[in-house]
Design a protein around this ligand. Structure first.
Ligand code: BTN
Length: 248
């Protein structure tokens, strides 16, 4: 199996590692090129939200991928990244996290990592920038998110070593990306994700896409990563976009 040839470019400060890598991709950067910044001044999250990125408080990382899989499976790329972060947190920080569909990493139901994947057109074809933000200390997130966010140091009671975590993350990204592209394919990601997420099966959740809200019990993933939700009238609803909230 071919492994990702990763090359890490480091910056003290950037507006956003995703934006910088997108610029490099448009200039022809190769698959595996990655960007890390000590701080981001305009970090971006999903749904046009800001991602707080103070200096030294988080791992702010983006990697360029040029996947070979059919585009209908591209949603699995962020799920692949979530599985890689899960394994890296386990190995490098001895932290057992959880994954909330599709790609939020949680510790004790609080968000510890977010992933923002952006598909872009480049001179050598379509590519994806996968941006990963991991909270390393409690300074990473704003005070108003204290109820719903946490960090590696708070969750483990130990300081988090950014470099050790980054090395492990690169290794696991390479492992899972190779599996997705040419190993077990989509099934390997669906099963890797499902075995690491308490949200995969039997979880009563609400899903909101901004306009509509559904409630139901999770019952696994489709082959393309869509979440299967069994509603109260026993129908299966396939969720392809939206925010998932657990129902207490
Ligand atoms: C989310 O909303 O959960 C996704 C957050 C993604 C944040 C990371 S930090 C590194 C990369 N650069 C960005 O501007 N965003 C992503």
């Amino acid at each position: 199996m071919t492994h990702l040839n990763t090359k890490v470019l480091r910056f003290e400060s950037l507006p956003s590692t995703n934006t910088e890598l997108s610029r490099l991709a448009s200039e022809g950067a190769e698959e595996g090129v990655s960007v890390v910044a000590d701080e981001q001044t305009a970090g971006r999250g999903r749904l046009q939200r800001a991602w707080s990125s103070p200096k030294g408080a988080g791992l702010y990382f983006s990697i360029l991928l040029r996947p070979k899989i059919a585009t209908n499976y591209w949603p699995l790329i962020t799920m692949m990244a979530a599985v890689a972060v899960y394994d890296a947190l386990g190995d490098a920080c001895r932290l057992q996290a959880d994954i909330k569909w599709p790609n939020d990493l949680l510790s004790g139901e609080r968000k510890i990592c977010g992933i923002l994947a952006e598909a872009i057109e480049t001179p050598s074809g379509r590519a994806v920038i996968v941006g990963i933000g991991i909270n390393l200390t409690g300074d990473a997130y704003p005070a108003e998110l204290a109820e719903v966010a946490t960090s590696v140091s708070e969750a483990t009671g130990r300081p988090a070593d950014r470099e050790v975590l980054l090395t492990s993350l690169l290794r696991w990204l390479s492992h899972w990306y190779s599996l997705l592209n040419e190993g077990g394919g989509p099934e390997s990601i669906v099963s890797g994700w499902s075995s690491r997420s308490s949200y995969a099966f039997g979880r009563l959740v609400q899903v909101s896409n901004g306009d509509e809200v559904w409630q139901g019990t999770t019952c696994g993933l489709e082959r393309d990563g869509a979440l299967r939700l069994r509603t109260s009238n026993d129908e299966i609803k396939l969720i392809r976009a939206g925010d998932v909230y657990r129902v207490r």
